[in-house]
Every structure is written in C-alpha cells, then in structure tokens.
Design a protein around this ligand. Structure first.
Ligand code: C5P
Length: 318
C-alpha cells in the first residue's frame, strides 16, 4: 500500500478585477494569484476497500462528499474507472493550517493536492494541463493551485498564464477566527450593486478583459518591483465586503497605518494582508498590528511568496 504526502499552499490575490457576467452564471475575472508558504499537508493513500475515506485534524471541516478533497478523489475514480477498480479505494488525510472562509483557497489547495496525488499514486502520467482541466470541473481557483507560483488567471479563474516568480516578497496575513465571508454572497452582492455597469456585449467584455490584463501590475511583476506591485494592488470585492464587514474594514485601516508596502483584502475575504520586502519588515508590521488591535480572536501569519503550488514531499510503501 503506497502513501503520498503533499504540501498544498494557500494563495493571495494581488489583483482581482471583475470584468462582467458570463453566460454560465459566473463572473469573467482578471486576477493575479500568488502562492504563499502557508500550506496544508495532504496525504493520499491506497486502501483495500473501495470508495473514499477522509480524515481531518479540524472538527469543523466536513469529511464527506461536501469536501472538495473528497470530490477530487470521486472525480478521479469516475474518470478512470478501470484503474480505480484495479487499485482499490483512496484514503485522504488533511492537516489544516490554511483558515477557512478566508479568501486563501484552502479547500481548493487540498483539492488540487488530491488530484496531483492520485495521478502519481495510479501512475496515470497526466500533464499539468490535464490536471488543470480536471480541476476546473470542481471550482474556479483549483487550476491555479495545481501549478501555483505567480500567475495571471482569467476566464472564471481557470485560464492560467504563468508570470515571473516573486519569491523576494513577504505578506503578513490577518484574519478574525470566527469571521468567514461566503464567496457566493460576495459575488452575488457585487452583481446586485454593480451589474448595471457590466459590459453589455461579448465584444465589449473581451475588450474590457484585454485592457485589464495589460495594467501596471504586469509591468511591476516583470520588474519584480515590490513597491510598484503594492501600488497596483486592486480587489473589486473590497467594494462590497468592506462596507458590510466593519471589522475587516478596521483591520485594513490598521494595516494601512503600519510601515508596509501596501495593504489589501485577499479574494472575497476575510483575510487582509500587508506586503513587505523583508522578514524584519514583516515582523515589525505584525508587532505593530498586535498592539494596535489587541484581540485574541485575531490571528496573524507571516508568509513568504513561493514559486510553486502542490509539491510531493514524501512517498512511503508499507
Ligand atoms: O468556482 P467556485 O466554487 O470557487 O466559486 C464559488 C462561488 O463564487 C460561485 O458559486 C459564484 O457564486 C462565485 N464566482 C463567480 N465567478 C467566478 C468565480 C466564482 O461568480 N469566476
């Protein structure tokens, strides 16, 4: 029985532009996603009995078919039924470090790790593009999580164009423990408030998307210029999440008073991050924040940008 252990890094958004509506009911997006070294550990193991078993060290994480990691194994079993029959079932174990409802793609990262893990376990030889295509069937952020690093993500989020590595930067994350923001709510509210400004035709939508892809953020990333990246940070979802969640707005305001390169909310929140050029700067920002908001419900992470997504770290044959 083989068992593979993988790391599944979280992401932050450096850019999240909502270009307009798609015919499939989702939004057309232009995002820059960045992997960080805050990661879950995912173990994927062969087991004799068929089906899927899921365990997790956190009680509030579902361990049934509602979990994206479970859905990933189910998709692989359905897509490769002959191999699945020969190999038996799959046991998945999750060690969670990425908070949930945080805008950090924690569930998507675990899901990507299960896809990569089963491909390796069953020796299917899938390409990165094959894995990203399977990932897109399960959610919008999962394709990015497969390869990770720094990437321009468009379409629903599943069209990935790699960008130069930014592993010279740090992000200090802050999130209130019991304050998740539901992603569907954030997009639905954005549509309700700004839907009337969306491009009316596909030609207009395409023009808008192309324009957003060539903004100042791309130049800043090519130059690996932390200060210029910080100046170009943008997240449309802040327009609906911040007014509705004053605690997140206050967190952002407090970060803005520290000596960071720049501050933004990640994805649909509730995590807010500040960019830093060095570990020392990141530590000073965290210390400042802890004295500005002395609240035991507020959690912090100092993270470094990393240049890859899911990685195999161990393989054991029992
Ligand atoms: O694809 P995923 O399950 O991550 O999306 C969660 C929710 O976010 C969707 O149900 C949808 O409401 C919203 N969403 C969207 N447009 C996207 C991605 C997500 O409206 N491109």
């Amino acid at each position: 029985m083989r068992s593979l252990t993988l790391t599944a890094p979280a992401k932050i958004n450096l850019l999240l532009h909502i270009a307009g509506d798609r015919p499939d009911g989702f939004h057309e997006l232009v995002m820059v996603m960045q992997s960080i070294d805050l990661a879950d550990t995912v173990t994927v193991k062969e087991r004799r009995e068929p089906g899927i078993g899921l365990t997790c060290d956190r009680l509030n994480v579902p361990t049934d078919s509602n979990n994206l990691a479970w859905k990933a194994a189910d998709l692989m079993q359905r897509r490769f039924p002959d191999v699945a029959k020969k190999q038996g079932g799959i046991a998945i174990d999750l060690v969670k470090r990425i908070p949930m409802g945080a805008g950090l793609a924690g569930g998507s990262a675990d899901c990507a790790a299960v896809l990569v893990g089963i491909d390796l376990l069953w020796e299917l030889g899938l390409t990165q593009l094959d894995l990203q295509t399977l990932a897109a069937e399960l959610g919008s952020d999962i394709s990015f999580c497969v390869a990770g690093g720094t990437a321009l993500c468009s379409g629903r989020g599943e069209i990935i164009d790699p960008l130069p590595n930014l592993n010279n930067l740090y992000a200090v994350l802050a999130k209130y423990k019991d304050l998740p923001v539901p992603t569907p709510w954030a997009y639905k509210t954005y549509r309700a408030e700004f839907g009337s400004t969306y491009p009316a035709t596909t030609t207009e939508l395409d023009r808008c998307t192309e324009q957003l892809k060539t903004g100042s953020m791309m130049d800043a990333i090519v130059q690996r210029d932390g200060a210029a990246i910080a100046k170009s940070l943008h997240n449309d979802l802040e327009k609906v999440v911040l007014p509705h969640y004053p605690k997140i707005q206050n967190l952002r305001n407090a970060f803005a008073k520290t000596d960071s390169l720049g501050v933004m909310m990640s994805g649909s929140g509730s995590t807010v991050f500040a960019l830093a050029e060095s570990l020392e700067q990141a530590e000073a920002i965290e210390a400042n924040m802890r004295s500005a908001i002395p609240d035991s419900d507020l959690e912090f992470w100092i993270t470094k940008f990393c240049d890859s997504g899911v990685q195999l770290v161990d393989s054991i044959t029992e």
